[in-house]
Design a protein around this ligand. Structure first.
Ligand code: SF4
Length: 359
């Protein structure tokens, strides 16, 4: 079902790029503000850049409310962006509504977190998949070709034999089977990029690995670019080639997944990794200062902290962190590993040494 052109495209070719993506949601906090027409905004995403390449998975990791799902929805153009640019094969994307937008929607498909909510309960699997194939012009020219396309889609997501599933309703399937149908529906558009928004977080632990393995298999066989949104940094290491970490609407660290998960540079990434349950740490002697590290809540995104947004929780915070927004700084000798943190700016760290004049 993949076009010849897709199969021949070189792995690593850039498919989709976000440049300085920004999204502010207007809010009206109080009735009196509403009457005065005073508006604040939730700074959900600020200046996020990422690149999706053929045959590669990029994981976007962060806690709830960090803005990672908003990034996926902006890339899918479900939300209009406040600023920044989205480019498909280097071309700026069209405004929602026209023929160019429909072509974009076919090439960039989204998989949602909740497979039950994303499928209409009153329609069969056949209806969902047929609709996707017809909308994107992939249903063939007669009933037999349509049936072959439906069978092919279900085979691709390992729902076999297809005849057993085609005429079932979503409630007759397990959570894992429903998510496979949602993936099959996305494949019906013959996309080049998949935006998977926490695709396994609502599934039983026992079937998560199967769905991740399916996505990895599709990535390799169909040469797909995949954005994998997750709060589980351990699964990013397993599944993704590159990992990007978000905190309070901003990107704070990035690099190849092995490096970011094994030698994290940003204090927030270290906190995320240390937050994963580890039986060894339950019995180890824990330094109380270490245990308190990163305590606190994520900040308000209506009035985010000045400087580094992590500074109210950061045990390493320096005076500069409260005023100056950290820039991306290269880390060590691993190409492509960076962190937005003043700890990696030599001049800043030296200025904090005892006996050194304050900035
Ligand atoms: Fe902590 Fe400062 Fe780095 Fe932010 S910039 S993570 S506050 S050390």
């Amino acid at each position: 079902m993949t076009s010849t052109q897709d199969a021949k495209a070189p792995a690593g070719e850039v498919v989709l790029e976000a440049i300085g993506l920004t999204k502010h949601f207007p809010v009206r906090r109080q009735l009196r503000h509403l009457l005065k027409k005073q508006h604040d905004a939730v700074h959900a995403v600020d200046d996020v850049s990422l690149t999706l390449r053929r045959g590669q998975v990029v994981a976007l990791v962060g806690e709830s409310g960090s803005g990672k799902s908003t990034v996926a929805r902006l890339l899918a153009q479900l939300y209009p962006r406040t600023g920044g640019d989205i480019q498909l094969h280097g071309e700026p994307t069209a405004v929602k509504g026209g023929a160019a937008f429909r072509r974009y929607a076919a090439r960039v498909q989204m998989i949602f977190q909740d497979p039950f909510a994303s499928l209409n309960p009153v329609h069969t699997i056949r209806y969902h998949l047929t609709r996707a194939l017809k909308i994107h012009g992939n249903a063939g020219s007669n009933a037999q070709e349509l049936e072959e396309a439906l069978t092919d889609l279900l085979n691709r997501v390992s729902l076999t034999p297809p005849a057993r599933y085609l005429d079932k309703f979503p409630h007759e399937l397990s959570g894992g089977q429903r998510q496979r149908v949602a993936i099959a529906r996305a494949l019906g558009a013959r996309p080049e990029a998949l935006l998977a928004d926490e695709p396994v977080s609502m599934l039983d632990v026992s079937i998560r690995l199967g769905v991740l393995n399916l996505l990895r298999d599709l990535k390799e066989r169909l040469n797909l670019a995949i954005l994998y949104i997750t709060h589980d940094i351990a699964s990013a290491r397993y599944f993704a080639d590159e990992t990007l970490v978000m905190y309070a609407g901003r990107m704070v660290e990035g690099g190849d997944s092995e490096t970011v998960t094994q030698t994290p540079a940003h204090p927030y990434t270290r906190l995320l990794i240390d937050s994963a349950p580890d039986p060894d740490r339950l019995t180890a002697d824990i330094d109380p200062a270490e245990e308190d590290r990163g305590n606190g809540e994520p900040p308000s995104l209506i009035h985010p902290p000045a400087g580094c947004r992590f500074h109210p929780r950061c045990p390493m915070a320096m005076p500069r962190c409260t005023t100056d927004l950290p820039v991306r700084l290269e880390i060590g000798d691993r190409p492509g590993h960076w962190a937005a943190c003043w700890l990696y700016d030599e001049a800043t760290v030296q200025a904090q040494q005892p006996g050194t004049a304050a900035r």
